[in-house]
Design a binder for this molecule. Structure first.
Ligand code: AMP
Length: 291
């Protein structure tokens, strides 16, 4: 599974990425963490990035693209990854497309965590206080002043990615103001709908089918279609277990739809499957589309 978590600072990308790492056994690729490590180690990249980061700006595209290129090629990223904090600009997104194409990898979903700006400030202040209480050093960019700049960077340079991935029918939006657990569940539903859920039988079969199709040299979409034929069975058993299962059945349905469509369209199906449980984000998406 390959997934992008998109959202402003403090929207919970890191928290959710860590939970996904536990659930799916894939790696979290956080350009922020990598850059902070480079700053601490005083590498040439770190020296270049230090002041930009402290001021709340964005490190040049070619620097972060280079970091991600090297990281994606590492063996531990072969099973899949969660991109947290990358891409942050349209050129980065385009470079990522190119990178994935060269590596013959697909992107399964782009999930936007939507959170009000007022809440972000509170969250970042809380994060700084908790870090201080643990006796650890607070990030120099976790101050209200720098956060304001980081939010401006997000609005100007990263928000266009929401339209970019929405145009590419890859975007699913989650209300990031819900409790952490609920956000994780919602992400799980989206992943299930694109055939990547951790628990669903259909998803497991889709994974196995995709793997065997790959080794047999068949197109993954074909394999997914084959799996989707068996989805109703999974849906029927899911129905038995009440409300939560109903959602599962919905997701299986969406998996079937997604599998029928071209791989690119699977995220659209994901967005559809999650629609019923995130009216707020659907409204926001409409607004964005209008504007
Ligand atoms: P984060 O931990 O994701 O909030 O990132 C911390 C800082 O690292 C950001 O404010 C940027 O200065 C820099 N950074 C992280 N990822 C990127 C990226 N993809 N492009 C440019 N700058 C980045």
């Amino acid at each position: 599974m390959r997934l992008i978590l998109l959202g402003p600072p403090g929207s919970g990308k890191g928290t959710q990425a860590q939970r996904l790492v536990q659930q799916y056994g894939i790696v979290q690729l956080s350009t922020g963490d990598m850059l902070r490590a480079a700053v601490a180690a005083q590498t040439p990249i770190g020296l270049k990035a230090k002041d930009i980061m402290a001021a709340g700006g964005l490190v040049p595209d070619e620097v972060v693209i280079g970091i991600i290129r090297d990281r994606i090629e590492q063996p531990d990223a072969a099973n899949g990854f969660i991109l947290d904090g990358f891409p942050r600009t349209v050129p980065q997104a385009e470079a990522l497309n190119e990178l994935l194409k060269n590596e013959q990898m697909n992107l399964d979903a782009v999930i936007e965590l939507k959170v009000n700006e007022g809440v972000l400030l509170e969250r970042v202040e809380r994060r700084a206080a908790e870090t201080r209480a643990r006796g650890e050093a607070v990030r120099p960019d976790d101050t209200p002043e720098v956060l304001t700049k980081r939010l401006a960077s997000y609005r100007d340079q990263t928000e266009p990615l929401i339209h970019y991935y929405s145009d590419h029918r890859m975007l699913a939006t989650v209300d990031g103001m819900m409790p952490i657990e609920q956000v994780t569940e919602e992400i799980g539903r989206i992943l299930q709908a694109v055939g990547k859920g951790s628990g669903s039988r259909a998803a497991k079969k889709a994974g196995a089918a995709k793997r065997s199709a790959k080794s047999a040299g068949r197109a993954p979409a074909k394999a997914a279609k084959k799996t989707a034929k068996k989805a109703p069975k999974a849906a029927a058993s899911a129905k038995k277990t009440g409300k939560a299962a109903k959602k599962g059945a919905k997701a299986v349905k969406a998996t079937k739809k997604a599998a029928k469509a071209a791989p690119k369209k699977s995220a659209k199906a994901a967005a559809k499957a999650a629609k019923g449980t995130r009216k707020t984000s659907a409204k926001a998406a409409k607004k964005r589309a209008k504007g």
